[in-house]
Write a protein that binds this ligand. Structure first.
Ligand SMILES: Nc1nc2c(ncn2[C@@H]2O[C@H](COP(=O)(O)OP(=O)(O)OP(=O)(O)O)[C@@H](O)[C@H]2O)c(=O)[nH]1
Ligand SMILES: [Mg+2]
Length: 554
């Protein structure tokens, strides 16, 4: 039968540290996403392993555990060859852990402090008394535990605490109670990932008729196999007889010499932790990505709620309004200025805001408030982003993704308003052609004015009875009249001809503004919704990688 304790594989301390670091990374990356109660064991392990590895690695802590009366204290005393732990008739006898250290106590003190064995229950097994008989056990710290299935709650708690700290456990059972359900279900089964640091001892075999022993051992072995403890060493002992504990002593000697128990125990702990966490990161992370489709839907919904169509429309109108103002007939320009600018009505300029201004823009626009439908469309789009990104991820990640998607939803309205206010709608500078046409308009107006003044001067002279100078004529039309009428006509003509150009250019300006607004609003969606979601997805992927690393035993 395979002997798990003698298993050839050695645990490399560096590999173990790498695995523990991976568990720590898993905890760091999943912090805030996974419920604390799922992570308690992992946190405990990381902390405990750090302490254990920092303390003496030259010592091996072995616990004798079992139900009351199985003979733990008797075995403890027999191994120490001294009466250290009281053996009693009244059950349960041992209430707190006793420790015996083989070799100098000095190096073991900190370890015993950490394990929590009171100084008055610590004993030293110096080899001075019995020459080198005990030297093979140098480095052993043997613990006699209270009974684990105790009627005393404090005993049970103490045993549970200690079983989490020791390097190797020797389970002591006796011929009467070896099949006890509690022993197997509540304890032995929990150690199936610690087979290489588990030994089972059938004690008090001197009380069995010799013919019975093989049958009992076979039965116990079968039960252990059912517990998942196949291959663990199963020894028969009698605490009353030194010869009958020789095999146990030899096993302990080998364990102490190998100096592997502490590492194996922690390695088994990592296995247990990894097994408990695997389902939390079971799915491929590729399944969760914020896809283009949901991004587009989100951007569209945000655009509507931010009033992008209205602002783009106002930009088009404002272009028309301002272009008409700049290129129109100067005589009616002033009247046009009385009409409000469509963009300014929304508290927008149409230009890029100045540096310092953009910093302090708070709810700057007067874009009409979104309707309830628009608002709920945003809610739906945000949820869709989360749902599609979280699809296929194991619980509770989809909930974490949804929470992340919504984490900044309340800030969206302000952010959108600021963004719309801060977007350069492209109406900052007057196009050159406006100025050219505007100049031309002034020119023809001044021409008409010159003609008018000329005519007025002629009339005035005539009224005063003075002879007016001869007006030059062009064809049959006198020049001043030509200047006046031609100027007026040309002004109207320019205004009429420029109108379709303005309409076309305004349409283009509206579309350009729309594009810029769409891009800016999509940016808000990325920052406030998509990025938080991606962060969760990235944490998931990192946690998965970390756990795979923690699972790798070599
Ligand atoms: N014949 C025989 N008696 C034993 C053996 N081991 C222990 N006993 C007796 O069994 C009784 C209980 O032994 P303990 O060593 O106190 O048992 P324990 O497991 O420490 O019990 P608790 O401290 O109550 O958990 C005592 O009367 C011992 O003398 C053994 O191998 N053979
Ligand atoms: Mg005892």
């Amino acid at each position: 039968m395979r002997d798990a304790l003698r298993g050839e594989h050695r645990i490399d301390a560096d590999t173990l540290l790498t695995r523990l670091n991976a568990v720590r990374r898993f905890l760091d990356t999943t912090d805030g996403y996974l419920p604390d109660e799922r992570l308690v064991t992992a946190h405990t392990l990381v902390e405990r392993a750090g302490s254990r590895l920092a303390l003496s690695r030259d010592h091996t802590v072995v616990a004798l555990a079992g139900s009351t009366g199985s003979g733990k204290s008797s075995l403890f005393n027999a191994l120490a060859r001294l009466d250290l732990s009281p053996v009693g008739v009244r059950r349960p006898t041992t209430g707190v852990a006793h420790a015996c250290v083989w070799g100098p106590l000095a190096g073991a003190t900190k370890l015993l402090d950490w394990i929590g064995v009171l100084p008055r229950h610590r004993f030293v097994r110096e080899s001075a008394l019995d020459a080198d008989d005990e030297s093979a056990l140098h480095g052993l710290i043997l613990l006699d535990l209270p009974d684990f299935d105790s009627v005393q709650r404090s005993h049970r708690l103490e045993v549970d605490r200690l079983l989490g700290l020791v390097d190797l456990v020797v389970w002591v059972v006796d011929p009467q109670k070896y099949a006890d359900r509690v022993v197997h279900e509540s304890y032995l089964r929990q150690f199936r990932r610690h087979r290489d640091v588990t030994v089972v001892v059938l004690n008090q075999v001197d009380r069995l008729p010799p013919a019975e022993l093989p049958r009992v051992l076979a039965d116990l072995r079968r039960l252990l196999d059912t517990d998942g403890l196949d291959g663990v060493p199963l020894l028969a002992t009698a605490a009353v007889d030194q010869a009958a504990i020789g095999e146990l002593r030899a096993t302990l000697e080998r364990t102490v010499a190998g100096r592997q128990a502490a590492l194996r125990r922690l390695s088994g702990d990592v296995d247990t932790v990894v097994a408990g966490l695997t389902e939390l990161v079971a799915a491929e992370p590729g399944a969760g990505e914020v896809d283009r489709e949901s991004r587009r839907t989100l951007a569209a919904a945000l655009g509507d709620v931010a009033g992008v169509p209205a602002v783009a429309g106002a930009t088009e109108e404002a272009y028309r309004h301002r272009a008409a103002g700049a290129t129109g007939w100067p005589v009616v320009r002033g009247w046009r200025r009385l009409r409000p600018d469509p963009l300014r009505r929304l508290h927008l300029t149409g230009a890029a805001p100045a540096e310092e201004e953009s910093e302090s823009l708070v709810a700057a626009t007067s874009v009409p408030d979104p309707t309830a439908t628009q608002r709920s469309a945003v809610g739906l789009a945000v949820r869709a982003v989360a749902e599609r990104a979280g699809t296929g991820l194991p619980a509770p990640w989809p909930a974490a993704v949804t929470a992340a998607a919504r984490s900044r939803q309340a800030d969206l309205p302000d952010a959108l308003d600021r963004t719309v206010a801060g977007t350069d709608l492209g109406l900052g500078r007057q196009p050159v052609w406006w100025r050219l046409v505007g100049g031309l308009q002034w020119l023809v107006t001044l021409t008409a004015l010159a003609g008018l003044l000329w005519l007025v001067a002629g009339y005035a002279l005539r009224a005063l009875g003075l002879p007016p100078p001869d007006n030059p004529t062009v064809g049959v039309v006198p020049l001043p009249t030509l200047l006046l009428l031609g100027g007026l006509l040309a002004g109207v003509l320019v205004a009429v001809l420029v109108k379709p150009v303005i309409r076309w250019a305004a349409g283009r300006a509206g579309r350009r503004a729309r594009k810029r607004l769409d891009a800016a609003v999509a940016g808000v969606g990325e920052e406030y919704v998509v990025t938080p979601v991606q962060e969760v997805l990235s944490c998931y992927a990192q946690a998965r990688t970390a756990l795979a690393e923690a699972a790798a035993r070599n």
